[in-house]
Design a protein around this ligand. Structure first.
Ligand code: BT5
Length: 289
């Protein structure tokens, strides 16, 4: 095997052979090129596809982030994955789907690095980015469809940078990283994905059983944002558009059960942010990720 090739096949068969799940991965599709894997899963869900459908792509031409932003990944080396879920819990708790996806990636990648005794720091930046050595390793985009105020279904999309050099990240090289860049060698994407899905299913079952408190507690432990001085672009606020982006600065105190980040400002006020982008104060270059 050449030193830089992936140690294992990335195929639906190889993934299924490694899965330990009972719900996720009943059907696994891998496409060479798609617009966005989230769109394929949404279409399949509308046609009645079963919970647990996994759609993967080697390349996305219109990969999406939150708020209309782009997710960019070179072909053939990352995990670009969307999962169909049909939650039973209240739509008010929808944000927990993003939480468990980030936690699953955090746990799976953390375990892999630990097994290889790789010195690293890994954490979740509120709300959903997994950071490895301070750089973005993955992003999560959950999109729900609702009918009469209840779930029709949810699509949870994961983008994980796996086997690519820092240089292949192009303009993102200063803010992003990959598993192989940190480990120093490529990894088996099928094995990593199976691990992520195993963690995700355990966490999802907790949510389906109403155990939001234990998922919240695990999220809090993984959040590297808490305790830090932060500047948050509050994209959920009414003032955001009007003032060209409201910014809240202060110390990140806690996350409330509804997912809001609570920031203690220098004026001594607690401000809640439900959706936004965090920047550690002082880094000051306007990067939002
Ligand atoms: C996210 O959005 O981080 C969610 C990304 C979800 C991607 C998956 S891939 C499978 C599924 N199908 C899709 O179409 N999407 C999902 P957000 O927090 O808005 O972050 C987006 C920002 O991250 C961009 O504006 C860039 O600055 C940065 N970014 C883009 N590609 C990146 C990459 N490969 N690695 C690190 N950062 C990236």
């Amino acid at each position: 095997m050449p030193p830089d090739s992936e140690p294992g096949a990335f195929t639906p068969e190889a993934i299924k052979a490694r899965l330990t799940t009972t719900i996720l991965g009943g059907r696994v599709e891998l496409h060479q090129q798609v617009g966005s894997t989230n769109d394929l899963v949404r279409e399949a869900a509308r046609q009645g596809a079963r919970e647990g459908l996994i759609v993967l792509a080697e390349e996305q031409v219109t990969g999406r982030g939150r708020l209309g932003r782009a997710w960019v990944a070179p072909p053939g080396c990352c995990i670009l994955c969307s999962i169909l879920l049909r939650p039973r819990f209240s739509t008010q708790q929808a944000f927990y789907l993003t939480v468990i996806a980030s936690l699953a990636i955090y746990r799976a990648v953390g375990a892999l690095l630990q097994e290889e005794q790789c010195v690293h720091s890994i954490g979740i930046k509120w709300p959903n980015d997994v950071l490895l050595n301070g750089r973005k390793l993955s992003g999560v985009l959950s999109e729900g469809e609702f009918s009469s105020g209840d779930w029709a279904f949810s699509v949870v999309g994961l983008g994980i940078n796996v086997n690519l050099d820092q240089a292949q990240l192009g303009p993102l090289a200063n803010t992003a990283t990959s598993v192989s860049a940190v480990l120093g060698h490529p990894v088996d994407r099928s094995a990593l994905l199976a691990r992520v899905l195993g963690e995700l299913e355990s966490l999802y079952l907790l949510l389906q059983n109403g155990q939001f408190g234990s998922v919240h507690a695990a999220w809090v432990l993984a959040l590297e944002t808490l305790g830090k001085h932060v500047s948050v672009a509050d994209v959920g606020s009414m003032q955001h558009e009007a003032r060209g982006g409201a910014r809240i600065e202060g110390r990140a105190l806690r996350v409330d059960p509804d997912g809001a980040l609570v920031v203690l400002t220098s004026a001594g006020m607690e401000q809640r942010v439900l959706a936004g982008d965090v920047q550690a104060s002082g880094s000051g270059n306007g990067d939002q990720h």
